[in-house]
Design a protein around this ligand. Structure first.
Ligand code: SF4
Length: 440
């Protein structure tokens, strides 16, 4: 047993869970391979938040049947939100799977790998922080969710809110910086609820202040925020702390109060608008993104239009829009009829996407000619790419090695999804270039 492969679908939290399992398996001496076919251990980290994601997991499980039959000694594990407290139905449906692991339940897999290798994994595995992190890294700070939105399966899979101690997170971020990380994104299903369940009740603002002092760390982001937990203290921290980026993801889900109530979202559209206003007032230039569901049970045309109006008025930098799909096990699946037709849901989704694309094109066009700071994350098709503090994707040419650097660039061209830019040369560099030209 030498190699492993982890296949991941879904949200950033799933990606972070996979990175942490990867770290544990590497500490046990296994090597990661990019092809599932070559691996001795394959983990499918699943998502069931949308039907399309669940369909992909089921399809991939189907492919893995022959792989397992070929060499039954290999290990196949299904992890993540597809796995609930009871696994009988999954066991019957997917006999090729050896282990069913709930989100972050790494223990049974590590036990099995440890047994095969003759190792006590608890003695071998230390911090789960990624061993070979990239320039940017996810850091889960709070697990689970207490809010029980009627459409959402996550609380039933990830359990109730549980925050990690502040000191433990700070130590992990210091370790990541030692390993080359320049930017961390603090993760939670309701990241702004951080600390409410801890003994001395620190909050996200306290954590941001602590991490802002970590030497070598350049940037801090956090997601996903819930409007009910977004406090003035957190907004103040974003405004005051130089390392905290001016970007907030604040899902609204619907622009109509009756729909919000049926979703069990504990705020009104007016309160949401007010909150966005206060964030924009306190944090000039902040970019904001949101999530919206169209075609929720009982959503009339007029109610859907109120979501469109909200998007048109608030002009977000990003809107993650999805058509409602019934998730078995949720309150909406039990109590609400999925009565908006698939064609109507597609029409609403398309219209919302078109509206947002136009808005984003206009917002991004205003950035052309501006100088912005980019943290360089990698290289694609011969160009460096990175993100601005406001989470915009920028590409630029430069012969120098810029990986992991903060680079000032001038935006030359904009599209709704990314920017092309050129490097702003430091004053001294531009002077020497200028005098060299004059000399010629
Ligand atoms: S806040 Fe609502 S949508 Fe978000 S994870 Fe919790 S239950 Fe799901």
């Amino acid at each position: 047993m030498n190699t492993f492969h982890i296949w991941t679908i879904g949200c950033q939290m799933n990606k972070a869970d996979s990175e942490r399992l990867e770290s544990a398996l590497e500490q046990l001496g296994l090597r990661q391979t990019s092809q599932a076919a070559d691996a001795d251990v394959v983990v499918l980290n699943s998502c069931v938040v949308r039907q399309s994601a669940e369909d992909k997991v089921v399809g991939t499980l189907g492919f893995m049947g022959p792989w397992k039959r070929q060499r039954p000694d290999r290990v196949l594990a299904l992890m993540g939100c597809m796995v609930g407290a009871k696994t009988d139905a999954l066991e019957a449906k997917f006999p090729q799977v050896d282990l069913f692991l709930r989100p972050q339940q790494y223990g049974p897999l590590l036990d099995l790998v440890g047994q095969r290798l003759g190792l006590d994994w608890q003695g071998c595995v230390g911090s789960l922080a990624p061993v070979h992190p990239k320039v940017t890294c996810y850091v889960p700070i709070i697990h689970g969710c207490d809010l029980m939105c009627t459409f959402c399966i996550i609380p039933f899979r990830r359990g109730r809110q549980a925050s990690r101690p502040l000191d433990e997170i700070a130590r992990e971020v210091e370790l990541l910086v030692d390993r080359g990380v320049k930017e961390v994104t603090l993760l939670g299903q309701t990241v702004d609820a951080y600390g409410h369940d801890l003994p001395d009740r620190p909050d996200l603002a306290d954590l941001l202040r602590r991490l802002n002092d970590v030497p070598g760390l350049a940037r801090i982001r956090f997601l996903t925020s819930h409007p009910s937990y977004m406090s003035q203290r957190i907004i103040r921290a974003v405004a005051d702390l130089p390392k905290v980026c001016e970007h907030i993801n604040l899902p609204v889900q619907a622009g109509d109060d009756d729909v919000l109530q049926r979703m069990r979202r504990p705020y009104s559209q007016a309160q949401y608008r007010e909150l966005v206003g206060s964030i924009r007032e306190a944090v000039p230039g902040v970019s904001m993104s949101t999530d919206i569901i169209v075609g929720f049970p009982g959503e009339s045309e007029a109610q859907y239009r109120r979501s469109l109006e909200l998007v048109a008025e608030l002009r977000f930098d990003k809107v993650h829009c999805a058509a409602y799909s019934t998730r078995p096990g949720t309150a909406a699946a039990r109590n609400l009829e999925d009565d908006v037709s698939p064609e109507e849901k597609s029409r609403r989704l398309h219209e919302m996407d078109q509206l947002q694309e136009g808005i984003l094109g206009e917002i991004n066009a205003t950035l052309v000619g501006q100088d912005v700071e980019v943290l360089v994350e990698g290289r694609k098709k011969g160009k460096w790419h990175g993100r601005t503090r406001t989470d915009k994707l920028v590409f630029f040419d430069d012969p120098a090695d810029r990986l992991g650097q903060l680079v000032n660039v001038t935006i030359q061209r904009a599209s709704p999804w990314s920017f092309q830019a050129s490097v702003v040369l430091p004053r001294t560099e531009s002077r020497s270039v200028a005098s060299a030209s004059l000399g010629a």
